[in-house]
Every structure is written in C-alpha cells, then in structure tokens.
Design a protein. Structure first.
Length: 244
C-alpha cells in the first residue's frame, strides 16, 4: 500500500490552505488548525469536554504521572490535562502548530517540542534525561503514520518506559468506513478521491484495520484493547489502549 509522505508540510500549511488564515487569532481558530471540526466549524463544547473526560479515564491519569502527548497539535487537549498529571511533554512535527501551542497553551508543567514522534522517542534520553514517562497519548494522529513507523514508535516507548499505558485515540477504523461515507454523495466523493490517487484521503489519512494494530502489539509482546468510539464523538473511529 502507498502512503502519503508529506504530512509535515500538510499540517504546517493546513490552516492557510483550508481556511485562508495565516495564523491563529482566537480560540475557534485553534480548533480549525488541528481539524477538530464538524462541517468546518469547531466541535461543540460538549464533544470537546467528552473527549477530555475520555482521555483522563482511558489513561487513568494520576497526579504523579509523567505524560507524553505525541502529535499534540497546538496543545488544545494537552493544556486541559495539566491539572491531572505531574508533567506533560507535547511533541509535534509542525513548527507553526508548535509555535501556536507555545503562544496560547503554555503551562508551568508543559513543555512543547517540535519533532517527529518517532525521532523524539528514538532520542528520548537526550530530550528528557532521567525522566521516565508513565503515560502516552496520541489523539487523532495515527491515520498519518505508516504501520512500520507506528511499530517503531511503540517499540521505542517500550524501550523507554518499563511500565506504561499508551492511548491512541481516534483512529479511522476501516471496518466502520461506511458509517462515514454514508450517503451516495459521500460514497462518490470517496471513489473520486481514490480515482485521482489522493493519498491524503482529503486529510483524513489512512483507514486502519484493527487486526493490523493487534498484530503490531502481538509482535512487540504488548497488550492492546480496541474500542470503537460512540456518537456524539464519532461512529467511524476507534481507540486503542496499549500496555505492557
Ligand atoms: C488532527 S491533528 C491532532 C492534534 C492533537 N493531537 C489534537 O487532538 O488536537 C494531527 C497532528 O498530528 C501531527 N503529526 C502527524 N504526524 C506526526 C508525526 N509523525 N510526528 C509528529 N507529529 C505528527 C500534525 O502536525 C498535527 O498537529
């Protein structure tokens, strides 16, 4: 299978290319910048709050936790977790998005790093020597990873943290694809994307098969629990909890 290989540039320019905005100006723009939208409007406060609650329970966050938020975007969610843990490191490879995080979503116990997630975890010790994370989050970003990169990422996490929980949220589930393309027009839209070879899938990224995620975890000797999301959050994405 072919994968799109320029997601970094895609996300760097996303706010401008999709909305014609040079930079984030207000809270609504933060949602647009990381595609936290429905019909191109920011998601409701109810959905936003629900996702934050699901992250906290899914990761069983605790005041002593050291959390790494991989592909953290502009810190929209990272920031809301600051009071639930001891320390957070947010990592994202888009310079413009990390600049936004540092401008709007700073906190004493959060640091943001501009780096690819795999590169960051590969050289973790040079970034944060002596600090061992207990929890990892990746919210709505696995769709932008080829399977081998994801396997390498999980392998690095396992090497850095002897005990950990890794919550990978919002992964487009190939088995639920027709909940998303659920009208003749939407089905046609998808067919057109495929016919013109749009590897970004209009920005949604790759539809993952649950068994491919299970296989990667099995090969690394890790536990993995997969749960399909529910509306109003989504009826076509899944969440994965990986642990030792
Ligand atoms: C849909 S946004 C989600 C952002 C954030 N997690 C949230 O839930 O608001 C996807 C983010 O993943 C980042 N990203 C994608 N692939 C990445 C990679 N390999 N390493 C680091 N960041 C990545 C993009 O720059 C973008 O900010």
């Amino acid at each position: 299978m072919e994968y799109f290989d320029n997601w970094q540039d895609y996300w760097d320019k996303f706010l401008f290319n999709r909305y014609g905005k040079e930079a984030v100006q207000n809270e609504d723009d933060l949602f647009l910048q990381v595609a936290r939208t429905e019909n191109r409007k920011r998601v409701t406060q109810e959905i936003f709050d629900r996702i934050i609650a699901l992250i906290k329970t899914g990761l069983d966050l605790d005041a002593g936790d050291i959390l790494v938020d991989l592909c953290c975007g502009n810190g929209l969610f990272t920031y809301e977790l600051r009071d639930s843990v001891k320390q957070i490191t947010g990592v994202d490879f888009s310079k413009s998005i990390i600049e936004t995080a540092n401008k709007y979503k700073k906190a004493d116990n959060i640091s943001y790093h501009c780096s690819g997630a795999v590169d960051f975890m590969k050289s973790y010790g040079t970034f944060l020597p002596g600090i061992i994370p207990s929890k990892y989050l990746m919210n709505d970003a696995l769709a932008y990873f080829p399977p081998n990169d994801f396997k390498e990422l999980v392998f690095c996490i396992k090497s850095v943290s002897p005990h950990f929980k890794f919550l990978v949220r919002g992964v487009p589930n190939d088995e639920l694809k027709w909940n998303y393309y659920n009208t003749p027009e939407r089905k046609q839209f998808y067919a057109n994307l495929q016919a013109k070879g749009d590897l970004t899938n209009d920005g949604l990224g790759t539809w993952w098969q649950p068994q491919d995620i299970k296989r990667i975890c099995d090969e690394l000797g890790l536990n993995c629990e997969i749960t399909n999301q529910q509306l109003p959050v989504s009826n076509f994405r899944m969440d994965i909890c990986i642990s030792i």
